[in-house]
Design a protein around this ligand. Structure first.
Ligand code: MN
Length: 145
């Protein structure tokens, strides 16, 4: 899914941020957590969209960004994103949400953006694209408290 984790330390700069990872596949959970922690991020893991939604609702201010798998049981990534955006509609905050999807199908990117996601990454994860996407979105707004 990703290339050698030893190369990760060469990516500057580090941003202190907490990332909620919504991902149902156990191997991807381990891999994504490892990559993000190597990059210096705090990682919160949710095994499906329902769990991700309740973690975010419990403390939206402590989550700086969400990496969202699309295909998940209970609540998929698109519906989870729609519910978060609905909750946010009366607030000034908008958590950056990045789609992670296994199938780079036609129309996927558009569906993700329509659901309210900010960006779209396909698996296997390209680490330099991941890093530039995260840094672009995280530096665009102040860190969570
Ligand atoms: Mn999945």
């Amino acid at each position: 899914m990703a290339s050698a984790p030893t190369q990760l330390q060469h990516y500057p700069p580090r941003l202190a941020a907490r990332i909620l990872v919504a991902e149902d596949h156990p191997i991807n959970q381990v891999l994504v957590r490892k990559i993000l922690e190597k990059l210096g991020f705090d990682v919160l893991l949710a095994a499906d969209g329902e769990i991700a939604l309740s973690l975010w609702r419990a403390d939206p201010l402590c989550i700086d960004l969400i990496l969202m798998d699309i295909q998940m049981p209970n609540l998929d990534g698109l519906e989870t994103t729609r519910r978060i955006r609905q909750d946010e509609s009366h607030s000034r905050r908008s958590v950056p949400i990045v789609a992670l999807t296994a199938h780079a199908m036609n129309g996927d990117a558009e569906r993700c953006l329509q659901a309210g996601m900010n960006a779209y990454l396909s698996k296997p994860i390209d680490i330099s694209r991941l890093v530039s996407t995260l840094h672009g979105l995280l530096s665009a707004q102040p860190a969570a408290s």
